[in-house]
Write a protein that binds this ligand. Structure first.
Ligand SMILES: NC(=O)C1=CN([C@@H]2O[C@H](COP(=O)(O)OP(=O)(O)OC[C@H]3O[C@@H](n4cnc5c(N)ncnc54)[C@H](O)[C@@H]3O)[C@@H](O)[C@H]2O)C=CC1
Ligand SMILES: O=C([O-])CC(=O)C(=O)O
Length: 311
């Protein structure tokens, strides 16, 4: 039977993700939104391009959770994006209760799915979704590291004037200004970028990566990035469905690693059909570990403050 993926939220990220999943022949898609007509219209539009795009994927638009019954993966993209001048954490109040409500409704009909959260503030929303889902933490992960690492790789490629195909990048930590791009674990055909670029240039690329989302928010003025976020979420869905044990940076529940205990944060993880199969613990220098802890504890602080805001 064909794999089925529910995309909750048919906004910019959700609709671009639905297009990638269908046109990439990755899965059939159920696109769900609260705005009646929007997911149905987008699904019909995507269906009409099947001849041109050369696929037979089913794309269903709906406002009814019964339609996501027993999907394999649920991606949560519903919620408000930030506008210029806002931090991702400013979305907490707007998106916190919404994520709880959506997760409860989804888990009731798709209890066996793997859940991928995209809504911001990402690490906190992933924690909240897991908390209300009642699912084992391996089944609930967040999308951030794949996007942040793709941005770091793009900036390295532009700086070196080298094809991005030969670049691998690693970013740990929360999806915020304290995220931790790791130059020692970022390379061009196996050569660490610390061998190819001066420290000051690497620092500039790190800062640009940390503010990669805000740079686009400031340019768009009406919302936030969606093409690369959708591509990153599609890659994670494909990794889950293909069961190929891909190693990706994702927001995962760290039981005990990196001297962290029981919290969601961005780490490299082996992803398979069951979700997060294993967290990979890199050997970090003292300053890299400190930076990861600063990022993780900032997320922890927001999670603690969030509990009183939620239903
Ligand atoms: N994790 C990451 O790296 C990224 C996260 N994001 C986040 O993803 C979220 C979505 O961003 P966009 O698609 O650009 O926003 P958007 O405003 O284009 O779309 C959001 C959609 O969610 C729908 N929605 C709202 N409440 C809903 C509910 N209760 N049930 C179902 N649908 C509901 C809205 O009707 C709208 O269609 C934002 O929170 C944004 O900050 C965006 C890019 C990257
Ligand atoms: O910047 C935002 O608010 C959206 C996002 O998370 C990103 O593009 O990294």
């Amino acid at each position: 039977m064909s794999s089925r993926v529910a995309v909750l939220g048919a906004g910019n990220v959700g609709s671009a993700l639905a297009q990638r999943l269908a046109e990439g022949n990755i899965a059939d898609v159920v696109l769900l939104d609260v705005i009646a007509g929007r997911p149905q219209g987008l699904a019909l539009d995507l269906t009409q391009s099947r001849l041109i795009q050369g696929h037979d994927r089913q794309i269903l638009g709906t406002t009814d959770y019964n339609d996501i019954h027993h999907v394999d993966v649920v991606v949560i993209t519903a919620g408000f994006p930030r506008k210029q001048g806002m931090s991702r954490d400013d979305l907490l109040k707007l998106n916190g209760n919404l994520i709880q409500d959506i997760t409860r409704q989804a888990v009731a009909v798709a209890p066996d799915a793997v859940y991928v959260v995209v809504t911001n503030p990402l690490d906190v929303m992933t924690h909240v979704a897991w908390q209300v889902s009642g699912l084992p933490p391996q089944k609930v992960m967040g999308m951030a590291g794949v996007l942040d690492a793709a941005r770091f790789a793009a900036f390295i490629a532009l700086e070196l004037n080298i094809s991005v195909k030969d670049i691998r990048a690693m970013v740990l930590g929360g999806h915020g200004d304290l995220m931790v791009p790791l130059p020692r674990y970022s390379s061009v055909s196996g050569i660490p970028i610390t061998e190819l670029l001066p420290a000051a240039t690497i620092d500039r690329l790190i800062q640009r990566t940390r503010h990669g989302g805000a740079e686009i928010v400031n340019l768009l003025q009406t919302g936030s990035a969606f093409y690369t976020p959708a591509a990153a979420a599609a890659l994670m869905v494909e990794a889950i469905l293909s069961n190929q044990a891909r190693l990706l940076p994702v927001c995962a529940y760290v039981e005990q690693a990196y001297n962290l205990r029981g919290m969601y944060v961005g780490v490299p993880a082996r992803i398979d059909r069951q979700g997060v199969a294993q967290i990979v613990e890199l050997s970090l220098t003292e300053s890299e570990l400190q930076a990861l802890h600063a990022s993780a504890y900032a997320v922890q602080g927001v999670i603690a403050a969030t509990q009183s805001l939620l239903n």
